[in-house]
Ligand binder design. Structure first.
Ligand code: KG4
Ligand code: ZN
Length: 336
């Protein structure tokens, strides 16, 4: 069973072919980072146009890489939300047209759910339930207890910014560029993570995240230090604080739910310090940790194809009528 995965919810156009939900035959990404860099963030209208230009050539490239033909595709999975509406519509419309032409099922996929499936895809296995999932990306910060492919109990979400958003905003303030996460990670290399004391947001306050206060705290340090500011130390201190903040909540959930598996996913899951911190927790609690490869942390079509395979039986019969939705929450019904 070959699933075509299409992802276009933000600034990456991605096409993948995945066999039986676990084997990636091809996964290509056309990134728009260079275009949006000069604006310091994603411009939705520009992103939509770039998706439109990239999507069909990328499909041909993916088919060639996997050595497959269009007619080898058994079903089409596509991100239907959440994300930017214009970009989502480019992927969804393409998927609908292809599904209709090829007479194959269309599986609308929730982008955040797909991020979690990427952790299992890396291990070339289908998810085992229940598991504890931490999704940390540019738009999301969720701690969930997953009991089925579309069954999630939300344990925590952020009251304001997501950690990726924090990195992107701080990086812009520091004049380091976009996207912030990888740049801050690079700048932090060799830095002293204990040099600048930053507050651990919502520490001791149970299942809740908040990251916008950290941005203010970083700005205060910038003002106070002036020319004496040590950039690697500041970036290292920020990464350390974000990892410790997430670690506290994950440990709380592990103690309460006692799952055997912890999966972390989303763009920020590519962060080296955070990956090391989660590994420490997994070792301490003697549980299995699943981390996506770096390529599968950020937005990609392979996670969409894998999640489409997993949820194909849950998709509505008239899925060709499903609408894109900017705010589709995990586990919520499909939007018409
Ligand atoms: O999952 P993703 O590709 O898009 C969303 O669905 O949001 O995540 C993008 C976010 C950006 O905010 C980016 O700065 C962050 O992931 N990111 C990282 C790293 N690589 C990407 N954050 C920290 N460390 C990284 N290595
Ligand atoms: Zn994403």
């Amino acid at each position: 069973m070959i699933t075509l995965g299409i992802e276009s919810s933000c600034d990456d156009t991605s096409i993948a072919l995945v066999e039986n939900g676990i084997k990636v035959l091809a996964s290509l990404v056309s990134s728009q980072i260079e275009i949006h860099k000069r604006f310091g963030g994603v411009v939705p209208e520009v992103a939509s146009r770039k998706h439109l230009e990239a999507i069909l050539p990328l499909l041909n490239e993916a088919l060639a890489k996997a050595d497959k033909k269009l007619t080898d595709i058994d079903q089409i999975a596509v991100t239907a939300g959440p994300g930017l509406l214009g970009p989502l519509l480019v992927g969804l419309t393409t998927a609908k047209a292809l599904a209709w032409y090829l007479k194959v099922p269309l599986v609308p996929v929730n982008h955040i759910e797909a991020h979690l499936t990427a952790a299992f895809l890396t291990a070339e296995q289908l998810p085992e339930y229940p598991f504890l999932g931490l999704i940390v990306s540019g738009g999301h910060s969720n701690l969930v207890y997953a009991t089925g492919p579309r069954d999630f109990e939300e344990l925590a979400h952020t009251l304001d910014d997501a950690p990726g958003e924090l990195y992107d905003k701080v990086s812009r303030h520091l004049g380091l560029g976009y996207p912030g996460g990888p740049i801050i990670q690079r700048t932090a290399e060799g830095g002293d993570c204990k040099r600048y004391k930053l507050p651990k947001p919502m520490s001791g306050k149970g299942f809740v995240f908040s990251f916008s206060g950290l941005k203010t705290a970083v700005m205060r340090i910038m003002e106070k230090e002036g020319d004496a500011l040590n950039m690697p130390d500041l970036c290292a201190s920020l990464q350390y604080t974000v990892a410790e903040t997430l670690a506290e909540k994950v440990e709380l959930a592990l103690k309460e739910r006692k799952p055997k598996v912890l999966a972390m996913a989303g763009g920020v899951a590519a962060n080296k310090i955070l990956r090391e911190r989660m590994q420490k927790i997994a070792d301490k609690h003697k549980i299995r940790l699943l981390l996506p490869t770096i390529h599968l942390c950020t937005d990609n079509g392979a996670m969409v194809a894998a999640h489409g395979f997993l949820t194909s039986k849950l998709a509505p019969e008239n899925s060709i009528m499903v609408n894109a939705s900017a705010n589709w929450e995990m586990g919520q019904p499909y939007n018409f």
